[in-house]
Design a protein around this ligand. Structure first.
Ligand SMILES: [Zn+2]
Length: 451
């Protein structure tokens, strides 16, 4: 029996037993919170519908109770009124590609010297920073299983502040070298691939990530996808190189991550394969992470490293780790920037849209230059300013569309009666200036006000 299997087994027992008591405590805490009324702001409810002026949002317990305007919905007695005058009320934001274990250090392999602090330090710190930045749900795509699943549980119980976590745990990889860091889990055969996927799903992951598809056999790839789909989970994989994309489509991957930019367009055979897949279904998703991985943020940051010095980006992180990230940046030598990057990214995004691929909002938070307090609004800004996508669509991508892609849209993603009260309010109008999302004045998650 592998070490990972033992760890996962222990984890299920420990987390499962512990959850009963604290879930009840958290319910009690929730029922003691006074109902809230957000009054006066412009409401963008996440559906893409026009803003509602002078809105009223009533929140009771962890749910949205009623939504109206100051004329249609007078605030009943007993509510804690919160003025949102001058603000825009928006559903809590989503980020569908984060790495809470990293803290923006340029060398992710090196960062594993802190692996023993992931569970109690780096993941909780990044999670709280993201929550305070208005992000109430994230999908974490690659972390050691025990660390990320434990934090997921603690946040769900209300014992740690953070966004609702949807997690992949370790990525299943075809890389069989002995020195894998624990955000990966190597598979050795088709039955092993199936067994490892099952282990992760039994342990409570929400999505399966595949890595190094070119180092897996076709049977291994298909086994992982079949196992995930049989349990209702989607499979994500990189979509950077043409090989990534060809193998991913062949294996039935649901959601590609990242975007290549070597050439302005996808080659004709890939265009044909994507078109056939979109026609036949299931839907094909793509999370292009347009800021990260040498794309649209890095050329900017590489010439302005002082931006990374902002102490707000490191709030909660022990001094030793802060120094280490800063030293990493000081020594960081970004590769030469291809002058065609922006043009190629835009062209490829336009191709995906024309082919009917569903774009998913995710930032690669935690990777180099993508600090937890900044990466979400910065990528929203890139979607609007660089990709030319209208702000209402971008906000929908960051809310209801993300919830739907995660299969959580019945519970969250819009400001609608009965859904979880994941609500933020920002000063000004993000439809005019998307960077209004930058520093929310109010952050409420599951009915609890954090800011
Ligand atoms: Zn990533």
């Amino acid at each position: 029996m592998s070490v990972t299997r033992v760890l996962l087994g222990v984890l299920i027992v420990v987390v499962g037993g512990h959850g009963l008591v604290t879930a009840r405590q958290s319910q009690q805490r929730q029922s003691q919170i006074k109902p809230l009324a957000l009054v006066g702001g412009s409401l963008i409810d996440g559906t893409g519908g026009p803003p509602v002026r002078n809105s009223v949002v009533l929140i009771r317990g962890n749910r949205i109770e009623k939504v109206g305007t100051i004329t249609s919905l007078p605030v009943p007695g007993g509510y804690d009124p919160i003025s949102t005058d001058g603000m825009t009320v928006v559903p809590g934001l989503w980020d569908m590609h984060v790495h809470l274990i990293y803290s923006g250090h340029p060398n992710t392999g090196y960062w594993f010297k802190y692996a023993s602090q992931f569970e109690n330090v780096t993941i909780p710190v990044a999670a709280e920073q993201m929550l305070m930045a208005g992000v109430t749900s994230v999908r974490d795509l690659a972390a050691p299983a025990q660390a990320i699943l434990t934090v997921k549980k603690r946040i769900a119980e209300g014992t740690l502040p953070g966004p609702t976590l949807y997690v992949a745990g370790p990525a299943l990889t075809g890389n069989r070298t002995a020195t894998l860091t624990p955000q990966f889990m190597a598979i050795s055969s088709e039955p092993d691939a199936r067994a490892k996927a099952r282990q992760l799903i039994d342990a409570g992951v929400d999505v399966i990530k595949m890595f190094n598809l070119e180092q897996m056999s076709p049977d291994e790839r298909r086994a992982i996808v079949a196992e995930a789909h049989s349990r209702g989970l989607k499979v994500v994989a990189h979509g950077i190189t043409d090989t990534d994309i060809r193998l991913g489509l062949e294996s039935g991957v649901d959601d590609f991550q990242h975007l290549g930019w070597a050439t302005p367009e996808f080659p004709p055979d890939i265009v044909t394969a994507i078109r056939a897949r979109v026609r036949a279904g299931p839907p094909l998703y793509w999370t292009p992470t347009v800021g990260a991985n040498g794309l649209l943020n890095l050329p900017y940051l590489a010439t302005r490293p002082e931006f990374v010095d902002d102490p707000a980006g490191f709030r909660g992180l022990p001094a030793e780790l802060v120094d280490d990230v800063r030293n990493g940046w000081a020594a960081y030598q970004p590769g030469a920037v291809d002058p065609n990057t922006a043009t190629n990214v835009k062209r490829r995004i336009a191709q995906l849209q024309a082919l009917g691929v569903i774009l998913v909002f995710g930032t690669d938070e935690g990777s180099v230059g993508q600090l937890p307090s900044q990466s979400t609004w910065m990528d929203a800004d890139l979607w609007v300013r660089e990709l030319g996508i209208d702000p209402m669509t971008v906000i929908r991508k960051m809310t209801s569309d993300a919830a739907r892609a995660m299969g959580a849209d019945r519970e969250t993603g819009t400001i609608s009666e009965g859904k979880y009260a994941d609500v933020i309010a920002v000063r000004g109008d993000p439809l005019r200036h998307i960077d209004a999302l930058r520093e929310p004045k109010i952050v409420i998650k599951h009915g609890r006000r954090h800011k």
